[in-house]
Design a protein around this ligand. Structure first.
Ligand code: DGJ
Length: 732
């Protein structure tokens, strides 16, 4: 049993393999947070909670003689606004009389095998034998507002998930102004927050800041999780590193607006909150209606970031991603975007496919530009039928040609968008998000379809299904190339306009769910101008996401490094593109580009017809190599061997098979130096006592030697050189 309730002291203890979370119902009925950290067995830790009379931190009415008891200083499981806790709140409710307050008290709880269900929302899943759940019913002291707090424990993964449901059990409507998913109150002030910021074509750059008095937050109000911030953050002690230190990882399983916030309070405690961003959020709960706040995944490691990342990687691979490609090898693809952009003919694409096929590439993906009047980015979005000038035999005829080559066929779509210059917009101008009487903001000349509307989703489902049916597509890239603005739905009354951001996300999820259920054998790849919607929510539906529009191998090292903290390699869309790179002009070898793309889904996105013979031979070898080590790369443990950003000479990463018998180490020497110092690299995750053979040599190393003494890196000439090492355990 991983969840235990001790009725005398009213203590809930949730145990995973290496961690413990404890909460307690106080004598006045509030649910207090007791502890989250390294495993402590059979212990009541509530002695950790102390109160003294502090000026300007009041007491609940019922505890008036108990002056040390204050919601403003006691650690809580779910904080609410308006009743004397002045720190960050999770819940802010406006009642019918205009008052804004809630004081949540414990009513009852249940513990059961299996996972809680969040209808319409992505979430971690698993068998009843793998997951145990605690539901705590709380009720506002003065109204009929009820809150159900959900906790699920995945013991083997050191993971606890949380979500909640806010129910209006009364007879009068209320407005939610804030309904976050979870709160974690830690009684310490020595924490750093690691978060991942960025911009288009440079996503998930790691930043680390000490959480100080006051609030510090990252988040998105762009309607998507965004390029600019990622809904995955880490709180860690100030000395934590890859292999040591305490760290708490929090991942929001949601693809829209979010906030992740720390607040260090007056007595040096840190509150962390996460959920849907309150800006632009106002949710009407009519009598008997409920609102479900999406899931937050928590994991804790006392052994540094490496273990924390591996917890998330394993969890996502086994209990988040549902696609049939979860356990199925994904084909090596070629995408025509960087080779042709909008400017292609069927003949040209077929010739590209023929050339790719010769190299061993298995899947041809036709990107943007195949539909409607799509000859540039100013027109066509919304018209999901073939552009006959480019594809005279339609998508069907073109796909047949690809299939005849013995390749799989894949196609790009951007269902959530519309151009003003499109048949769809001319027919249904009210189908997009815009505010009457205002000129809408445009991004890439396009507007956002109102995904809250069922008629819009039905149209998209029908139009895109037709294309998928006639082409027998095996892969779809689902793109999304702008953020939301002018958020107003013609389909909702004024009082519900504050719900549009969230309903938009629910609409997108509903449509993707319909597609992925109808076409379970298609490999779906998410994309939002690269990595603008790279989050656990999308990965629940689609097993991989295009990581960035920046395909420069050296910049990708930084992007993929940041991404790897929260997301497994098998989710990271990565391709070999042309050199000099189209985005940066940087030149790198085909080996370096391949090594970086192999720390991802691996594919090509360049005109392979223009490669010289030597490069073509190398590409053939790369594909064979990737297929040979596919399981090691996609299923093995991933280690970051260097801190990108701190080291300017070397970037290195490593894959180790789960049984530790095989390992691949990839290095890129970043800056060439005259008269260079020797470089040595210590690897990780092997068996100390085993002997390992270094592939391609006659050399054998003891696991302990590789891990403690390290391997010598060769002296190389020129910037950005790649050297890989494969080690196989020698069985005696
Ligand atoms: C943005 C994507 O990230 C690119 O890969 C490409 O598909 C373009 N959109 C096409 O418009």
């Amino acid at each position: 049993m991983s969840i235990i309730f001790e009725p005398n002291n009213k203590i809930f203890t949730m145990q995973t393999k290496h961690t413990t979370w404890q909460a307690k119902v106080s004598k006045y009925g509030h649910l207090l947070h007791v502890y989250y950290g390294s495993k402590v067995e059979d212990a009541d830790l509530s002695y950790l909670i102390r109160g003294i009379n502090r000026g300007f931190s009041g007491t609940p009415y019922i505890a008036c003689d108990d002056r040390g008891y204050s919601l403003d200083t006691y650690p809580q499981e779910y904080s609410s606004w308006g009743s004397g806790d002045y720190r960050s709140s999770c819940l802010e409710i406006e009642h019918e009389d205009g008052s804004r307050a809630a004081e949540l008290l414990y009513v009852s709880h249940k513990i059961y095998d299996g996972k809680y269900i969040l209808p319409g929302l992505p979430a971690i899943w698993g068998k009843p034998s793998e997951i145990e759940t605690l539901e705590v019913l709380m009720k506002d002291r003065s109204t009929e507002i009820e809150v159900i707090l959900y906790y699920s424990v995945l013991e083997e993964y050191d993971v606890i998930t949380r979500a909640c449901k806010i129910c209006n059990a009364g007879n009068k409507p209320v407005f939610l102004h804030k309904a976050l998913s979870a709160c974690l109150d830690l009684q310490r002030d020595d924490l750093d927050m690691v978060s991942f910021h960025g911009r288009h074509a440079m996503e998930r750059i790691l930043q680390r800041n000490h959480a100080q008095h006051g609030k510090m937050s990252v988040g998105s109000v762009r309607g998507t999780s965004s390029h600019q911030a990622n809904p995955f953050v880490i709180l860690c002690d100030q000395t934590a590193g890859e292999e040591h230190g305490e760290c708490y990882g929090m991942s929001f399983v949601y693809s829209g607006n979010f906030i992740a916030e720390t607040e260090v309070d007056q007595i040096n405690q840190t509150r962390f909150t996460m959920g849907i961003h309150p800006d632009g959020f106002r949710y009407l709960l009519e009598a008997k209606e409920a609102f479900v706040a999406p899931e937050v995944i928590f994991s804790y490691s006392s052994k540094g970031f490496g273990t924390l990342s591996q917890n998330f990687h394993d969890l996502y691979r086994n209990h988040l991603i549902r696609s049939t490609f979860k356990n199925k090898r994904r084909p090596v693809l070629i995408n025509n975007w960087e080779a042709t952009e909008f400017d292609f003919t069927e003949k040209e694409l077929v010739s590209l496919a023929v050339s790719a096929k010769e190299l061993g590439i298995e899947l041809f993906v036709m990107d943007d530009g195949w539909f409607g009047s799509r000859n540039h980015d100013k027109s066509g979005l919304g018209d999901w039928f073939a552009n006959r000038e480019k594809l005279p035999s339609g998508v069907k005829g073109f796909a047949e040609k690809i299939h005849k080559l013995g390749m799989m066929f894949g196609i790009w779509i951007e269902p959530e968008m519309v151009n003003e210059d499109s048949e769809l917009y001319r027919k249904h101008p009210q189908w997009c998000l815009k505010i009457p009487g205002r000129l809408p903001n445009l991004e890439r000349c396009q507007m956002v379809l109102d995904m809250t509307r069922k008629d819009v989703r039905d149209y998209l489902f029908e139009a895109v299904s037709k294309v998928l049916d006639e082409s027998h597509a095996e892969y779809v890239k689902w793109d999304m190339n702008r953020n939301l603005s002018d958020v107003w739905s013609a389909d909702l009354p004024g009082e519900r306009q504050g719900e549009v951001y969230h309903r938009y996300v629910l609409g997108v999820y509903e449509l993707i769910e319909r597609f992925t259920s109808k076409y379970p054998d298609i490999l779906w790849e998410g994309c939002s101008g690269g990595g603008g919607r790279f989050d656990a929510g999308i990965l629940y539906y689609m097993p991989q996401s295009w990581c960035s529009d920046n395909t420069d191998a050296i910049e990708r090292i930084t992007i993929q490094y940041g991404t790897s903290f929260g997301y497994p390699i098998s989710c990271v869309g990565a391709h070999v593109s042309v050199s000099p790179n189209q985005q940066t002009g940087r030149e790198t070898s085909i080996e370096t580009r391949a090594a970086v793309a192999m720390a991802g889904t691996f594919g090509y996105e360049l005109d392979v017809r223009k490669l010289n013979e030597e490069e073509r031979e190398k590409v053939k070898e790369q594909i064979v190599f990737f297929k040979k080590y596919y399981d090691l790369i996609h299923e093995g443990d991933y280690y970051r061997l260097t801190e990108v950003g701190k080291r300017t000479d070397l970037a290195a990463w490593q894959f180790v098979s789960k049984d530790k018998s095989e390992s691949l180490i990839c290095t890129v020497m970043l800056q060439a130096k005259a008269n260079p110092p020797f470089l040595r690299l210590r690897v990780r995750g092997l068996k100390e006592e085993s002997l390992y053979h270094m592939e391609g040599t006659e050399t054998f190393y003891k696991g302990s030697a590789l891990m403690h003494a390290g391997i010598n890196l060769p002296v190389v000439y020129g910037d950005y050189q790649n050297v890989n090492f494969v080690f196989q355990e020698v069985l005696s």
